[in-house]
Write a protein of this length. Structure first.
Ligand code: SAM
Length: 357
């Protein structure tokens, strides 16, 4: 999977356990990003809707969530990947922008991207495997980039992996069905049907995904935008239309509460970062206001499991019980029927560190 800020990779066993304990059959993964959480739900047999505002996330969702690994013709996809892999490299917009005017990739790999992406545009646009082939290109490019994981800068010295040759590999498809919706959370959430489980993982600060991952936006759109600055960001990064309210300090808390209010989920699970612009008690209150019977807050450490339930909120949104130092912790709210929330806490508590990390 691509390197991604805020990816919930380490939380997957826990979020997965919450999903399984709830007996959910349908789920929404809002702000799906890499689609990792949606993938975990799908692997556990849930029918998932994955949604995000980014174009690259939509392509990932079409690959991992919409495509059914049980019915796709894997040999046919592999044959297409082999054909694309063998195209001779050619220098184009991508090479000039990201390998000559900046140093995100070695020119040999930029040329490969130009050749493959042009061919995808010309001859595979209507191919049912287009998203899978494009995902493969994104994953291949990610493995040979020269960044620390965000595209706001490239490394002064080439990353060792950047010297490798870009390789297209078959993405690991998952059996089952699902859907992908691209759009602003505030616009798409009201259109969703009720799901058994509604997970959300919004951005919590000023760092924009549109600029942090501008190369993936360009790779997917293939629109050759004018770019600016050392990072060669897309010129439309400056447009209001590409800015998310979730990155605006004054607007984010209101928008977040609105999404919670509109999220139609029997159980709602919210990933939370305590360095965010919203107080934990406000989130808990918003969950109660949305009609949930119980709300609990779980804490996770990147290295070890710390404790399932560090905070529990009474229906007035007041914290009952002690909450310790929360720095560098991953926090997750679980809201729903009291018994379901309790089952979720037990399911998380039953997981043991050695098998998890
Ligand atoms: C913290 S990341 C989610 C990470 C994801 N859970 C994962 O594991 O990969 C937040 C996501 O919110 C998306 N986003 C930002 N503003 C949005 C908006 N207004 N509507 C929908 N998605 C938005 C970003 O593109 C980003 O993928």
């Amino acid at each position: 999977m691509i390197k991604y800020l805020g990816s919930k990779r380490t939380l997957l066993p826990f979020i997965g356990a919450i999903a399984s304990s709830s007996g959910a059959e349908t789920a929404v993964d809002l702000f799906t990003g890499t689609t990792r959480v949606a993938q975990e739900f799908k692997r556990r047999g849930l029918k998932v809707l994955a949604s995000d505002i980014s174009t690259y996330s939509e392509i990932l969702a079409q690959t991992y969530i919409v495509a059914d690994g049980a019915t796709e013709n894997i040999d046919e996809i592999k044959a297409k990947l082999t054909y694309l892999q063998n195209l001779p490299g050619k220098s184009g917009y991508f090479t000039k922008t990201f390998c000559v005017d900046s140093r995100y990739f070695q020119p040999k790999n930029g040329e490969k991207v130009d050749a493959i992406r042009d061919e995808l545009e010309l001859n595979f646009r209507d191919d049912p495997h287009f998203p899978i082939l494009l995902t493969s290109l994104m994953l291949g490019a990610d493995r040979v980039d020269s960044t620390t994981g965000v595209q706001m800068a490239y490394l002064k010295q080439w990353a060792a992996r950047a010297h490798n040759d870009l390789e297209l590999r078959m993405p690991e498809l998952i059996s089952g069905s699902g859907s992908a919706v691209r759009g602003d959370a505030l616009e798409v959430v009201p259109t969703f049907e009720t799901a058994d489980l509604f997970y959300m993982d919004p951005p919590y600060n000023q760092h924009r995904y549109f600029t942090n991952y501008h190369i993936w936006e360009t790779l997917v759109r293939w629109d050759e935008p004018e770019s600016y600055g050392i990072a060669m960001k897309r010129i439309d990064s400056r447009d209001e239309g590409t800015k998310s309210v979730f990155n605006k300090k004054r607007e984010m808390p209101v928008a977040f509460k609105k999404v919670i209010e509109q999220a139609k989920g029997k159980m709602v699970v919210v990933s939370y970062n305590n360095e965010s612009w919203v107080d934990a008690s406000d989130i808990s209150q918003a969950l109660y206001d949305a009609g949930h019977e119980a709300v609990s807050l779980m804490e996770f450490d990147y290295k070890r499991y710390v404790g399932a339930q560090i905070g529990i909120f009474n229906p007035n949104g007041e914290k009952v019980g002690k909450v310790g130092a929360l720095r560098n912790k991953e926090l997750v709210f679980v809201a729903g029927d009291a018994s379901a929330v309790e089952d979720a806490s037990k399911a998380v508590a039953s997981l043991r560190p050695p098998t998890l990390f």
